[in-house]
Ligand binder design. Sequence first.
Ligand code: DX5
Ligand code: ZN
Length: 216
Amino acid sequence: MNILAPSILAADFKNLGKQLSEIAENGAEWVHIDVMDGKFVPSISFGMPVIRSIRPATDKFFDVHLMIEEPIRYIKEFKESGADLITVHYEACSDVTATLKEIRDSGLKAGLSIKPKTDTEAVREYLPLCDMILLMSVEPGFGGQKFIEGSLERAHALREMITASGLPVDLEIDGGINLDNVGDVLKAGVNIIVAGSAVFKDPAGNTRAFMEILNS
Ligand code: DX5
Ligand code: ZN
């Protein structure tokens, strides 16, 4: 099953509760939540208090993407704020294994992400500790960037790696996804689609348009 995970980084924060209902009513099963620390990535977004305050607004799955250095320091706090899955960056962890274990030991699903220039082979040894691999298709840090074309080939390689492993690992993509390229991304083997600006320009209408393609 393909899942749409709208990234609230592109939402209208003064209407966040209403926009969360709109995406949920039109078929988005996940909410993608981008946390940035101003160190691993240049920008700063939001953190635990925002997640905690939107948790009662929806029963959808909270997919928390931590773009922060040494995320192992904060796993418990993000769990308590309402995360269902926590994704950390391969490049941001001095001990990837310990970080993924900490996420799973806290009862959450664990994701591992790689930036566009990181070799896809980097994730292979961690697949048994992961529920999801997140392939960045832009340099992390900002919404509204252009999709890096080479990401299709990288997605395909990751899907093959996952299939060969026989493990039940989802493949998510994040950055520059829109209604024109999402079909190619699905064909490359991705099953979880993050989209920020392409959804929140018109949350209800665009969620419906994405879901039509994801379900076809
Ligand atoms: C970028 C974030 C993305 C971002 C995607 O660092 O991880 O989730 O919100 O935004 P769009 O879909 O606009 O590229
Ligand atoms: Zn993200």
